[in-house]
Design a protein around this ligand. Structure first.
Ligand code: FAD
Length: 435
């Protein structure tokens, strides 16, 4: 199959990151092609009740469902903070949609659909088109092999691009905790990627591993129908055993020590629970099946969630929409030579120095791209490189206020808060972008 040269940048994925990348590349004067294997824009935010057959997602070759969003999901940052800087996530003027400050997932999808419409991104997207392979050529160009499946008609194509921006999302490949005995534990196991509604857990004794964003929501929802919920949290001391405030059927434990063939699960705090189900709310793996050739050739490695070499990497545990927006502006500037990159040697030195810092601070390799501590510093770096002011002061303060509120009102933080003055400041700022 002869490959066609396209004098354009290829974007892989039409979720929040791919859409804003396309927008920023276009703004910078680049031509753009966006590949999207699904039938609409929005990525993660395209909710589906469908789940995978393999509830733990152990087989990388299984048929996947892309989204991990559950039916009741409401966003976990205030909408003012979550939206792109140059396209605020405000409620509809006519009161339609979900006007809440922490709306449900449909509203986030609607916001992204409007963004794509407003900036004519839909016209750049090739729907139903999956990227199968991306390979580097000797002239530093990139060959993209894709397959378009429209009903029964399947067409494969090879095209050559000057650059490829990878925006395939990283919440589809489950990461499951390693627990001695778990493979022969006879109960049901499921990763939160395949959780949609609480009904299947009615009257069950549930062990839920992980207490971060999804675990935090799912445990509360399940406690309304389950007989008991036991939360295993590896971030707490080994002797932790606490009744969860406001619930008479939920307990907080330290991590699991082992699982036994008689259905019992032993926690590090010594408690033994005979359970029906284990729900793993234990994060995700980076997964790039379309990079198999460059990985085989050692150009890129993905080891324990560290992608190498990746200059100024792809942070996690951050504010995803503004982050993608800043990174996209930076990439667009780099690709038009408006922003100059250091030499290859200097970039490799920068990456190595970063790894050394991580090691010295005792952070595990799998947290390489976690940036909760240095996120704003990183955003300010990108803004300075791009030549625009960094994150707004109110956005930083709002994050702090929200974190405080989550601790003070864990089950109610989406409906009650004390930072109305920051909402007011945000809206004063938004006037610049809303006509
Ligand atoms: P995605 O949205 O996953 O989009 C990737 C796109 O790439 C998809 O459309 C997919 O079909 C496509 N694709 C993948 N592989 C290929 C291929 N080979 N060929 C062609 N197309 C491909 N963020 C927030 O800001 N606030 C929240 O409240 C929040 N809650 C979340 C709750 C859950 C349960 C999860 C899982 C995530 C949440 N996030 C939240 C994070 C969210 O994922 C990001 O905000 C953001 O939507 C990620 O966008 P993305 O474009 O990187 O990836």
């Amino acid at each position: 199959m002869p490959a066609t040269y396209i004098p354009a940048r290829g974007c892989l994925g039409a979720g929040a990151a791919g859409l804003v990348a396309a927008r920023e590349l276009q703004r910078e004067g680049h031509s753009v092609v966006v590949y999207e294997k699904g039938d609409q824009v929005g990525g993660t935010w395209v909710y589906t009740p469908e789940v995978e057959l393999d509830l733990l997602g152990a087989d990388p070759n299984r048929a996947t469902v892309h989204s991990s969003v559950y039916k009741s999901l409401r966003i976990n940052f205030p909408r003012e903070m979550m939206g792109f800087q140059h396209y605020p996530f405000v409620s509809q003027k006519d009161g339609s949609g979900d006007p809440r400050r922490f709306p449900g997932h449909d509203e986030a999808l609607f916001y992204l659909q409007n963004f794509a419409k407003e900036f004519h991104i839909n016209e750049l997207v090739r729907f139903h088109t999956e990227v199968l392979n991306v390979n580097m050529l000797e002239n530093n160009k990139w060959k993209v092999k894709s397959r378009k499946q429209d009903g029964v008609i399947v067409a494969e194509e090879e095209e050559i691009f000057d650059a490829v921006v990878v925006c395939n999302g990283h919440y589809t490949e489950p990461l499951v905790a390693e627990i001695p005995g778990i493979s022969s534990w006879p109960g049901k196991q499921i990763h939160s990627h395949n959780y949609r509604v609480p009904k299947p857990f009615q009257d069950q004794i549930v062990i839920l591993i992980g207490n971060k964003a999804s675990g935090f929501d799912i445990k509360r929802e399940i406690a309304k129908v389950a007989e008991e919920v036991h939360v295993a949290d590896r971030s707490v001391a080994d002797d932790t055993y606490e009744k969860q405030a406001e619930y008479d059927n939920m307990w907080h434990h330290s991590m699991i020590e082992r699982a036994n063939e008689d259905r019992t699960v032993v926690f590090r705090n010594g408690k033994v629970i005979s359970a029906d189900v284990i729900i793993h709310c234990t994060d995700y793996k980076y997964y790039f099946p379309f990079l198999a050739d460059v990985i085989k050739d050692g150009i890129v490695t993905v080891d324990d969630n560290r992608i190498h070499p990746l200059y100024k990497h792809i942070p996690q545990k951050a504010l995803p929409f503004p982050l993608s927006e800043y990174q996209s502006r930076w990439i667009a500037g780099v690709l038009s030579n408006r922003i100059e990159l250091p030499s290859e040697e200097e970039m490799m030195e920068d990456i190595k120095a970063f790894y050394s810092e991580l090691e010295a601070s005792g952070k595990p390799k799998r947290h390489t791209h976690y940036m909760s501590d240095s996120f704003y510093e990183y955003m300010d770096f990108l803004a300075a490189q791009c030549g625009f002011p960094g994150m707004e002061k109110w956005r930083k303060e709002m994050e702090y206020a929200t974190m405080k509120n989550v601790i003070a009102r864990p089950g109610r933080y989406r409906d009650e808060w004390d930072d109305d003055h920051l909402i007011e400041e945000a809206h004063k700022d938004f006037i610049k972008y809303i006509s």
